[in-house]
Design a protein around this ligand. Structure first.
Ligand code: XMP
Length: 512
């Protein structure tokens, strides 16, 4: 049985981050709902428990409380934020109610390093976000660290191996927080650090098999990282019980459809159906210039085409999606509901309910970089694993204004040149996104002795961590020059190339 660190979820937006930190320490972690009976943890081979934070007050009528049996399992427990208040509340100390939340940085002064703070400096900047606070320690506990505002910022019961932290060690803003968590899972719980993405794959494969049984699974493949990794993973688990549908909406980049067919069909031998719907999409988009209307038409048509292809496939039991953790909005429903759930960003929004398909989302606990690691583990090529994001509406939002087949073709050719130069120079892998935009503006140029009245192509290359903010990439002039001269020379109908030097905000990454 895998050594497991249980993270009990009380609704913190950081629960998944805790789980991720544990995985980073090469230890397996599993998130449990706060109502999980203590016996379950023993059955699952749990060697340590972390009580997550949460937005509730322990005094609320519907405060989420764990099974008290977890305190007599004989395994170490680390309570974070709401978790430390549970210690105070449930183990015989006093937790005081507070009307306002303490929020922001503080300085932790470590009084006794012990095993939790082994190897760390005596003072650490830590991140707080809490309402209630422990004001009297439960029997057996002592303070091991203080902050400006709290004599009980870090507490320990050495005998029982219980630790409490008022601050959040899992967040980036807490200095050496990763080491605190590692000290707990390795130093205190004694976890062997032998878990890896290889284990994740093996485990996910077993879980998919158990869930699916002899059922049939369908998956909408976009060719992007998430759906590609989900497809490869599910295929590894159930082979030909998986059917993938790739919708050609006519808004794809040059060679994209062929590349998808080559990889999944010829290389992975996945049952892949291509729905050829380019003319339907383009017909519906004819004359539409408003970006939001374009998106709506593309989204609606996608669902329609997808549904139609499902019908032609016949019976299916499950719909698979490459939903990642960041797609799951951390909105929290405490009470009868599971804690941190759920709004998936469905590329095929609304489909599962309507089609009575059960949903499988094997990547929903992972972060993007972990998904890439899984993809690499499954043998997906670098071009797929490290592919730049591409919007669902595709070139539909990169042809500014009305979309026509001619404009799409010009954009495709220009964009292919840009990608080629980016890949060849190695810049493709260093930036967040690099793409061309078709601008519905004609400008004058000269070809030979003749004036040439032709279109303008915009080049957009940005760096970003999460697409929330972005800055334009300072590409070398020589590279820009090559991109520009190749586009104007090789793409008929283009007389001018402009570089977008706007950051986000105030601009967005895409033009529409
Ligand atoms: P913006 O343009 O809002 O883009 O700065 C942020 C990120 O989201 C992508 N994007 C989309 N993705 N459907 C998608 O699936 C869309 O309608 C859409 N619009 C923008 C964009 O490429 C960037 O990575």
């Amino acid at each position: 049985m895998a050594q497991t660190i249980a993270v009990i979820d009380f609704g913190s937006q950081y629960t998944q981050v805790i789980a991720r930190r544990i995985r980073e320490g090469q230890v397996y972690s599993k998130i449990y709902h706060f109502t999980t009976p203590a016996a379950q943890f023993r059955q699952d081979g749990v060697i340590g428990i972390i009580l997550s934070g949460g937005p509730s007050s322990v005094f609320a009528a519907d405060a989420p409380l764990p099974d008290r049996g977890i305190f007599t399992l004989g395994v170490p427990v680390l309570g974070i934020c709401y978790g430390i208040q549970l210690f105070g509340h449930l183990l015989g100390g006093t937790t005081a109610k507070s009307d306002h939340r303490e929020y922001g940085h503080g300085t932790l002064t470590i009084k006794r390093p012990g095993r939790l703070f082994a190897g760390l400096p005596r003072k650490l900047r830590v991140w707080n976000s809490h309402g209630d606070r422990v004001i009297k320690l439960p029997p057996g506990f002592q303070s091991i660290g203080v902050t400006e505002n709290s004599p009980f910022a870090a507490i320990e019961d050495r005998k029982r191996n219980f630790y409490g932290l008022q601050f959040h060690p899992e967040v980036f803003h807490t200095e050496r927080g990763v080491d605190v968590i590692r000290n707990f899972i390795v130093g205190v719980c004694g976890a062997r650090q032998d878990w890896s993405m290889k284990n994740f794959v093996a485990q996910a494969v077993a879980e998919i098999r158990a869930t699916v049984g002899s059922g049939r699974v369908i998956l909408g493949l976009s060719g992007g990282v998430d759906s590609s990794v989900a497809a490869a993973l599910i295929h590894q688990a159930i082979g030909r019980q998986l059917t993938c549908v790739f919708v050609d909406n006519g808004l794809l980049r040059q060679g994209e459809r062929a590349a998808v067919v080559d990889l999944y069909n010829k290389h992975f031998h996945i049952d892949l159906r291509v729905a050829d719907a380019a003319s339907l999409f383009l017909r519906r988009l004819k004359g539409v210039t408003d970006p939001e209307r374009k998106r709506k038409i593309i989204g609606r048509t996608f669902i329609e085409v997808f549904e139609r292809s499902l019908k032609s496939i016949g019976h299916a039991d499950f719909l698979a999606q490459g939903t990642l953790y960041p797609d799951v909005i951390e909105s929290v429903a405490i009470g009868n509901n599971p804690a941190a759930l759920i709004k998936s960003h469905h590329n095929v929004g609304g489909l599962p309910a309507r089609m009575r398909l059960r949903l499988i989302e094997p990547l929903r606990e992972l972060f993007k970089d972990e998904v890439r690691a899984v993809g690499a583990q499954l043998g997906l090529p670098r071009e797929v694993v490290w592919r730049q994001p591409f919007p669902g509406p595709g070139l539909g939002v990169r042809v500014v204004g009305a979309i026509t087949p001619d404009r799409l073709e010009i954009l495709r050719r220009a964009d292919a040149i840009l990608q080629e130069e980016m890949i060849q120079s190695g810049w493709y892998w260093k930036v967040w996104q690099s793409f061309c935009v078709f601008l519905p503006v004609k400008s004058v140029g000269v070809v030979g002795d003749e004036r040439n009245y032709a279109w303008v192509i915009g080049v957009r290359v940005v760096e970003s961590l999460d697409a929330m903010t972005a800055d334009w990439t300072r590409l070398p002039y020589e590279l820009l020059q090559r991109i520009s001269s190749r586009i104007t020379n090789e793409v008929r109908g283009v007389s001018r190339v402009v570089l977008d030097i706007s950051s986000k905000p105030p601009a967005t990454i895409e033009w529409e």
